[in-house]
Each structure stands twice: as C-alpha cells, then as structure tokens.
Design a protein around this ligand. Structure first.
Ligand code: ADP
Length: 341
C-alpha cells in the first residue's frame, strides 16, 4: 500500500479527476485534475456541495443510480458549455462501514474530448472518401450502360464516352495515389538525409515550366544557394510539387507564380506566391483539412483531389516544421512552409 504522502502525490499527478463525496453529497476532497476538468475557479472544492461545485445534475443522478444499484456506474457527461470538454464519469458507491464510517461516493472523471474529436474526424474522412469515390464510379457506370444500350454502335459517341471513362479512371487513380501518400506521411516517421533543397526546388520548377507556359503563367524563382537540409527528399519534393501545382492551377492567364526561399539560423522558409484568384479569409483556417475546397467545381475541373494541402501539412509537421498561408481574395496567395535544418 502507498503511504499518505505518496497517495497525495499520486492524486496530484494523475490526469483522472478524483472526487470524494460524503453522504450529504458534499465534496470531501478533489484532486487538481478534477478542479481543472470541471473548470473550477478555486482549486479547492472541499466542503462545497457537489451540484454547486460542478453545476451538473447528471453527476448527481449518477450518484443516486450508483447508490440504488450498489454498483459502479459509468456515463459520458454532456459536453460542458463552460469548459468545452467532454468528460466520462465513473461513480462508485461505498456503503456505510461496520465500524460506523458514513457512506460515501468516489467520482472518477476522464477527459474524452480529444478522443471524441478524433472519432468525428475519422468518421468524416470515411464519409468524404466514399463520396469522392461515388461520383466518378457513377459516371463510369452511366457511360458503360449507355454504350450497352446501343450507343456503342455510334463510333463518335463511343469515342467521346470512352474518353470520359478514361478521365474518371484517372481521377480515381489520382485520388488513391494521394490517399496512399497521405496515409504514408501520417504513419511513418520520414527517413532523413542531408540534401540540397535549392537543387530540388529548381528541378520541380523546371518540370512545371511547360505547364505554366501553357496556362499563360510565368513561373519564376528567387532561391538561395547551398540550402542543405536534413529531410526526406521524396516527401519534400511532394510538398514543393503540391504548392507549385496549386499556384499554377489557381492563377489565371497572365499571372505569376514565384518560388523563393528565406534562411534563418534554425531553418529554411520556402514561399510559393501567386497572383491568382486568392482565398476568402473565412476559408483560410480550414484550407489544410482533407477534402476542403473553396470551389469544388474548379478543383475537380483542374484535376484536384482536395488532399494536396493536407499532404503538405502532414509532411512538413512530421519534419518538425510548420505551414502558413496568407491571401487576399482576387489578388493572390502566399503559401509557405518552414523546415528546420
Ligand atoms: P485541390 O486538389 O483541390 O487543389 P488542395 O488541398 O491542394 O486541393 O487545396 C485545397 C483548396 O485550397 C483548393 O481546392 C483551393 O480551393 C484552395 N487553394 C489551394 N491553393 C490555392 C492557391 N494557390 N490559390 C487559391 N486557392 C488555393
């Protein structure tokens, strides 16, 4: 058994809120986690009535249930407006002892806010993926059925339909590739090795020159030399490709995309700035979420999967870096990422 000092230390250190309640439903003692989880203004809850201290009738009802059933009862409490937290409560009833110690209750509180949030994110993700897969599949099926119904005998129509089918298959392939990249960037710690980031940026920019020209966009650089970073080269290439690709995609004819670097003592910041359509300020905070697009139709039309920026963010953060965006609607955007040496 732990001595009193160790018990007190343990109660102070655990993240579970622990509250002892007496037979009059007054708090005998509460550890600091309990005070934090309940958003108590004073860190000392002892002596106060349970309802007054927690403002929760749900907890009180659990106490009654535990007493009536003689068992430990457990339930998730409604999300508190005051703290924004979702708590899971376990209440144990301790009956009056033979040597006359009054009945009491033990309440254990666990913070499940993050868990519930992650579950929602996962559910949304699965729903989004299903939705993204459904529309190209529906389109392929409609084309195939129309061909089957007789359109196959019209050579010109057949060719047009097959072209659409190939386009949809390409879209599905891009989506699956991006999903794989995203899942790899989330699950693996990248293997790092020193390489010249300036060389990599130049290579990517060179590869995009023809496409930029075709879209009437000038693609220019202002890159420092000898930028050696220790990172995963393939993943960094993916990051630069996604940002340059977006820059060109969302900049109309006659515009410019500029890739530049800034160095500090601790790392490098790469900026991709365009004179494109820009982004409304209300969209900026959600831009890095998977499948978030400001203009779904435009993203689709230009072959976007809605995963490019989520991939950028994951890779950069996995490297201990950070991402940022600044934009003015109708004027242009500046996407940047910082990567430590
Ligand atoms: P997508 O495949 O749709 O381009 P991304 O994750 O790369 O997906 O980008 C998410 C959304 O952010 C895009 O659909 C677009 O609305 C917006 N966006 C990204 N880059 C730019 C940019 N350079 N200019 C304007 N909007 C952009």
């Amino acid at each position: 058994m732990l001595n009193r000092l160790l018990t007190a230390k343990l109660l102070d250190e655990v993240h579970t809120g622990v509250i002892g309640v007496d037979s009059a439903r007054r708090i005998q003692s509460a550890n600091s986690a309990a005070c934090l989880l309940l958003g108590a203004r004073q860190m000392n809850l002892a002596g106060r009535s349970l309802v007054e201290a927690t403002l929760s009738y749900e907890l009180l009802n659990l106490l009654v249930e535990a007493e009536q059933s003689g068992k430990t009862v457990e339930r998730e409490l409604r999300r508190s407006e005051a703290t924004g937290r979702t708590l899971n409560a376990r209440v144990c009833y301790v009956p009056k002892s033979e040597d006359g110690i009054e009945e009491s209750y033990l309440i254990l509180l666990d913070d499940v806010t993050e868990l519930r949030y992650l579950e929602t994110v996962r559910r949304d993700f699965v729903a989004n993926v299903s939705h993204e897969l459904r529309s190209p599949l529906a389109s392929i099926r409609a084309m195939a059925e129309t061909l089957q119904d007789g359109a196959v005998h019209d050579h010109a129509v057949s060719l047009r339909f097959l072209e659409i089918v190939i386009g949809e298959v390409e879209r599905l392939t891009r989506l699956l590739e991006d999903l794989l990249i995203l899942s790899r960037s989330e699950s693996q710690m990248p293997e790092r090795a020193p390489f010249a980031l300036d060389g990599l940026i130049s290579e990517v920019v060179e590869r995009f020159q023809a496409r930029a020209e075709k879209s009437g966009v000038s693609l220019v650089t202002n890159i420092a030399r000898d930028l050696v970073v220790s990172a995963n080269r393939d993943q960094m290439e993916q990051v630069v490709v996604n940002l340059v690709d977006n820059g060109i995609k969302y900049t109309p004819n006659g515009g410019q995309v500029k890739v530049s670097t800034r160095t500090t003592r601790v790392g490098v910041t790469v900026e991709v700035e365009d004179t494109g359509m820009g982004i409304l300020s209300q969209d900026l905070p959600r831009l890095w979420e998977r499948f978030y697009r400001t203009d779904r139709a435009r993203s689709r039309q230009s072959g976007g999967t809605g995963l490019g920026l989520a991939i950028v963010k994951h890779i950069v953060e996995n490297h201990g870096g950070s991402v940022a965006v600044a934009s003015e609607y109708g004027v242009g955007s500046k996407f940047s990422f910082f990567i430590p040496y």
